[in-house]
Each structure stands twice: as structure tokens, then as C-alpha cells.
Design a binder for this molecule. Structure first.
Ligand code: ATM
Length: 221
């Protein structure tokens, strides 16, 4: 296991690599609870004097805002263009927000990343290798230190999301099942940690924290 050391004021650095911070990605189909779990995990880390920040994709930057309009059906583009727009938003998000937070030694918990593009746009027929290629070519691309898949049954997740905010263009049980299958297919190659998101909220939060703290446990504070 790679070791981390303290860079002061609760910040962390991957020992020997010069890579500061810890980049943690949460993935899962909509309604898997990533956002609430991620925010709670960050609160817990901060309470324990570990610098941590929550962020999400699509971002709140200009391309992210454009993507929100695509997602709610205001703007129509083809699926390959979806993949390009998500990659463009990712590049901006990495350069302007994620990498600076990591550089300050934060644990950055990011709600969705390239694996969402592979799972979602892949389920619409875009070649997953092509998506992987276009993203790994991004000038500011960084491979996360930890990728956690919050796995949940699509029927259950759909009930949760429609109740919360109404469906967006991607949300049908058949489509979400394909997305989930894609995520599970990516699991081995990308070393996902899979957590059952159907468990109680506290339990899910504790399992995510446990994985993060395990990665950080060699920090000399
Ligand atoms: P959130 O629900 O996590 O905010 O994400 C919005 C949508 O963006 C989500 N749709 N649903 N259901 C998944 C979709 N998405 C992609 O299709 N590709 C991507 O690369 C990303 C980051 C998100």
C-alpha cells in the first residue's frame, strides 16, 4: 500500500510521489445516495481535523451549466457529443477546482468522474474504450487514488430520485440497469471498491470513511 505523510494543517501527500492530497471518486447510478454520503464523509473528516472538500460533476462551471440544460432536455445533442461535453467539463473542473484543492493537501471527494461517462454514455452506445481514451488524454487528467461504487438496485434508486426531483432524460429502469451493468463491468479493471448502497445511511457512510481512513492511516501527524 502506498503511504501518505502529513503536509501540515491536516493536509496529506502521497509519500514519494509528490502527489498531494487524496483523490476519492464516488460513483453509482442516480439515487444511490452518492451526494449525501459524500457530503457527510467530508463533514466527518473535517471534524477530525483532516482537510477535505466535496465536489461534483457536472461542475458549476460554464460547460457544466450547459450540460445541465442538455440533461433536462432544453438542448439536444447526440450521445457522442454528450461524452465530449462531459470530458470538456471534466478538464475545466480538474484544472480550476479539483487539482488546486489536491495541491492544498485536501482529501477531495468527487461525486462522479470519467467512470460515469463510460457507464452512462456507454449505455447509450458510445464505445467505452473511446470514452476512456478521450478522458485519459485530458491535459489535467488524474487517476483517483480511490474509486468507490455505491451499488443499488435501479428500481429502488428510481423510486428515490423521482420522489426527490423528477426524472431527467436518462432515467428509465432499463437504461439504469445497463448503466449499473457497465459500472460492474468496469469494477475489476479500475479497482472499484463496491459498497452496498441499499444498506442504512450510517453504515454506508462508515464503510466509505473506513476505506478513506485506511488509505490515510500511515500519515505521520
Ligand atoms: P447527478 O445526478 O449526479 O447530478 O448527475 C447528473 C447526470 O449526469 C446523471 N444522470 N442521471 N441519472 C448522470 C449524468 N452523467 C453522465 O451521463 N456522464 C458523466 O460523465 C457524468 C459526470 C454525469
Amino acid at each position: 500500500m502506498r503511504e501518505f505523510r502529513s503536509v501540515g494543517k491536516g493536509g496529506v501527500e502521497l509519500a514519494g510521489s509528490g502527489r498531494k492530497g487524496l483523490f476519492v471518486v464516488l460513483e453509482g447510478i442516480d439515487g444511490s445516495g452518492k451526494t449525501t454520503v459524500g457530503k457527510e464523509v467530508v463533514r466527518h473528516l473535517n471534524r477530525n481535523d483532516i482537510k477535505a472538500k466535496f465536489t461534483s460533476e457536472p461542475s458549476n462551471l460554464p460547460i457544466g451549466k450547459l450540460l445541465r440544460r442538455v440533461l433536462n432536455g432544453d438542448i439536444e445533442v447526440d450521445t457522442y457529443t454528450h461524452a465530449l461535453l462531459f470530458a470538456a467539463d471534466r478538464e475545466e473542473h480538474l484544472r480550476r477546482e479539483v487539482l488546486p484543492m489536491l495541491e492544498e493537501g485536501n482529501v477531495v471527494v468527487c461525486d462522479r468522474y470519467v467512470y460515469a461517462s463510460m457507464a452512462y454514455q456507454g449505455a447509450k452506445g458510445v464505445d467505452m474504450e473511446c470514452i476512456r481514451g478521450m478522458n485519459s488524454a485530458l491535459p489535467h487528467f488524474r487517476v483517483p487514488e480511490l474509486i468507490i461504487l455505491l451499488d443499488v438496485d435501479p428500481e429502488a434508486s428510481l423510486r428515490r430520485t423521482i420522489y426527490r426531483k423528477g426524472a431527467d432524460i436518462f432515467e428509465t429502469p432499463a437504461y439504469l440497469s445497463r448503466v449499473r451493468e457497465n459500472y460492474l463491468q468496469l469494477r475489476e479493471r479500475h479497482g472499484f471498491v463496491v459498497i452496498d448502497a441499499g444498506a442504512r445511511f450510517r453504515e454506508v457512510v462508515e464503510q466509505v470513511l473506513d476505506r478513506i481512513l485506511t488509505r490515510l492511516e500511515d500519515i505521520e501527524v
